[in-house]
Design a protein around this ligand. Sequence first.
Ligand code: ADP
Ligand code: ADP
Length: 222
Amino acid sequence: MVSLRAVSKQFPSGTRALEDINADIETGEFVALLGPSGCGKSTLLRLLAGLEAPSTGQIAWDAGHKPGPGDIGYVFQDATLLPWATAAENVYLPLRLRGQSRAQAAALIGTTLARVGLAEFAGARPKALSGGMKMRVSIARALVSNPMLLLMDEPFAALDEFTRHRLQEDLHLLWRETGKTIIFVTHSIYEASFLASRILVMSPRPGRIAADIRASVPEGPN
Ligand code: ADP
Ligand code: ADP
């Protein structure tokens, strides 16, 4: 789907976050970016999302895979929901930005919230939701435009162990059902090894790919 070729990132501050990253990500992979804090995992995710540009090197999308609006779903680490908007309104946002009316979007918002187990919470505002539920809303918002690629920045880090485990199971199921390409950031070897079909292990800053490990068939949680 996408090839990273000699990608490096140096910030104007002088910090070298990434150095000579080379990897090919295939359609349908569930990739964990694993590495210590500060090694450039989030930066790599933002480069893939097009939120930032590499300093040197190329990110080359395969023919027919060049992402357009709505083709990449991005889940931020802290969920980042609009606090004054309901779950349904938060999920509606990407569709609204693409010019869909609320009436046109209503059915899709409903099925997407149901997919993440929040059918009954469409009208709830973030303040009334638990951490796990907010993360689910954030995932629904990323999925609603049926993106070809789902990028998630430490989606489980802020959750308690029980909630994390449930969300991990559900995400794994979603991956198996939809075959979507998912790339997520983690600093947990445990999380990477039981969730992902492939682990890119990064070295401390400036992040390089220290190992590229493919699981045979991931079994999922449990
Ligand atoms: P990770 O996600 O692995 O913890 P990050 O990608 O967030 O790492 O950050 C990698 C390094 O780049 C860190 O040292 C961080 O402080 C630095 N960094 C990240 N974003 C910026 C920025 N916009 N400007 C300057 N330095 C940054
Ligand atoms: P998860 O979000 O992974 O389902 P949580 O621990 O956040 O895990 O929530 C577990 C379940 O408890 C939810 O699916 C929901 O049914 C219920 N729940 C959690 N928080 C609330 C809340 N603020 N109001 C009503 N029900 C809640």
